[in-house]
Design a protein around this ligand. Structure first.
Ligand SMILES: [Zn+2]
Length: 58
């Protein structure tokens, strides 16, 4: 299952989020909360799983 690395803009805490591809779209709209400070002001870092096909349109 792919993991996505996120970083908290508030405390710079980095954490991994395991999500399905279908859940990833939701993560962009609603970023996960920081496990350290609980804020949702997080951003996704460069993904470890760069898809070869960029056409994942539903
Ligand atoms: Zn934080």
């Amino acid at each position: 299952m792919p993991t996505y690395e996120f970083e908290c803009r508030d405390c710079q805490k980095r954490f991994d989020v395991i999500a399905l591809i279908t859940e990833h779209a939701r993560l962009k709209e609603q970023p996960p909360a920081c496990p350290q400070c609980g804020k949702t002001d997080t951003r996704q870092l460069a993904s470890l799983f760069n898809c070869k096909t960029a056409s994942a349109s539903f």
